[in-house]
Design a protein around this ligand. Structure first.
Ligand code: CA
Length: 231
C-alpha cells in the first residue's frame, strides 16, 4: 500500500513517514499544498495523509480540488485545532476522516488501516485466500498452521496482492502501490520479490496461489490447472 504524506512541519512529516514505513507502507512526502497536489495527481496512492494548514494551498482547497478531479483515494486530514468548524470543513471538502494534533502514532496507524479497509468488502483486519491468511494489523502471515516469515517489502507486496485477489496486477501497478518515488523502473526488483514471495508462500504448499500471467503480470488466486501459462 502506498501513502502520500502532505505536511509542512518537517518533524511531524518525518515522524509520520517513518512510522508508516515501519509498517511496510511505501511512502512519499510533500511539504506544501502544490507539491502534494502534483504528487497526488501523478501517482496512484492508496491513502493520503493531509495536513489542513499548509503553505501555497491549504488542505481544504487541496482536498476539494482532488475530489473535483476524480481522485477518490481515502484522505485522512490532520487538524491543529479541535474545532467543530475545522472538522466540518475538512469532512465537507471530501476528507474521509480526521485526526487532531497532537496525536498518538498508534491512533494514526489504526485510522490508516481502517480507511484502507473501508474500500473493501472485508471489514476484518484478516484477509484470506484458500489457507493463506494475512493479518493486516499484526502483519502475521500463515498458510494453514504454518507461520510464514516475510521481510517488510515481501509483506507489502503480499498485502497488495491479497487486497486485489483474482486480478492480474501488472508490474506498473505493483511498482506504484508497493514502492515509493525512488523506484527504478528499469530494475528487475519486482521479479526478484515475486520469486522470493513465491518460494515462501507457495513452494511447500498446495494449491499454488501466486501465478505469472505471461505478458501481463501476476495474479494471486486459485486457478484451475492449465487455464493459463503459469510458472
Ligand atoms: Ca501545517
Amino acid at each position: 500500500m502506498r501513502v502520500l504524506v502532505i505536511e509542512d512541519e518537517q518533524k511531524i512529516n518525518r515522524t509520520v513517514c517513518q512510522a508508516l514505513r515501519e509498517e511496510a507502507y511505501a511512502v512519499d512526502a510533500a511539504f506544501d499544498g502544490d507539491e502534494g497536489e502534483e504528487l497526488a495527481l501523478v501517482n496512484s496512492y492508496d491513502l493520503i495523509v493531509l495536513d489542513l494548514m499548509l503553505p501555497k494551498k491549504n488542505g481544504i482547497v487541496l482536498c476539494r480540488g482532488l475530489r473535483e478531479q476524480g481522485i477518490t483515494t481515502p484522505i485522512l486530514m490532520l487538524t491543529a485545532r479541535d474545532t467543530l468548524e475545522d472538522r466540518v470543513q475538512g469532512l465537507d471538502s471530501g476528507a474521509d476522516d480526521y485526526l487532531v494534533k497532537p496525536f498518538f502514532m498508534d491512533e494514526l496507524l489504526a485510522r490508516v488501516r481502517a480507511l484502507l479497509r473501508r474500500d473493501t468488502t472485508v471489514k476484518t483486519p484478516k484477509l484470506q485466500l484458500a489457507d493463506l491468511v494475512v493479518d493486516t494489523s499484526s502483519h502475521r502471515v500463515t498458510r494453514g498452521n504454518t507461520p510464514i516469515e516475510l521481510t517488510s517489502k515481501e509483506y507489502a507486496m503480499l498485502e497488495y496482492f491479497i487486497r486485489n485477489p483474482d486480478q492480474v496486477l501488472t508490474r506498473t501497478m505493483i511498482s506504484e502501490h508497493v514502492w515509493d518515488d525512488e523506484f527504478d523502473s528499469l530494475s528487475n526488483i519486482i521479479d526478484v520479490y515475486i520469486r522470493r514471495l513465491r518460494r515462501k508462500i507457495d513452494e511447500d504448499f498446495q494449491p499454488k496461489l501466486l501465478h505469472t500471467i505471461r505478458g501481463s503480470g501476476y495474479l494471486l488466486g486459485i486457478l484451475p490447472e492449465d487455464s493459463v501459462i503459469t510458472s
